[in-house]
Design a binder for this molecule. Sequence first.
Ligand code: SF4
Length: 238
Amino acid sequence: MSTLAIAAEVRAKLDALRNTLARAITRNADVCLTCSFQAEDVLLARLAIERDPSIPILFLDTGYHFAETYAYRDQIAQQWNLNLINLLPEKTVAEQESEFGILYQSAPDRCCALRKVEPLFKALAQYRVWLTGLRREQARSRAALEESAAFALPGGKQILKLAPLAAWTTRDVWYACEELAIPLLPLYARGYSSIGCEPCTSLPLDPNDPRSGRWAGRKVECGIHIQAASQQASKPAS
Ligand code: SF4
């Protein structure tokens, strides 16, 4: 496919995405967007604030992110005047390490539960719609990702989880970011293809698997989206 054809295809996808967001982000809709400040999340945030500049942007502030991620988060939040909400775990890194040791080495599932899953699910209870930048191409564990699905929180509340980029390719995301002049997290330029907490992120071990640098192959998801799959109800919430 020629560069011009790709650009035209991505522009059409951007139009469709704007239409999806216009339907999802309506007055009093209680919509939030989770943002790791990876490319697809930042793209989604950029388009979401076109629709509602005050949409809550939830960042899972585990305390273990790269310094570059924190700096980039702050840069984008300031430049775009984001309504950024940093979700903090109950314990600081120092408190957790003092009490339980280095959980990302000994029990990464528990570490993710304490620093990502619990704070996120607690925050999501305030909303009816959860926008995510998840894509099917990111990992085999996301191959069956639905663009719209009901999601049951641990307390029983059902919200609507939307993944409007589900069918987008990495190429689409990169073209769209270029088209919209979105600066990307500098760690991509150092070869990272999927970026989470620093202790659990390395350069990809398999060039054909963008998430192969996460958790050094010990696991593939932090738990948020695995739990979503098992808790998804059959019908979307209205
Ligand atoms: S990604 Fe690693 S450091 Fe971050 S919460 Fe999970 S186990 Fe802990």
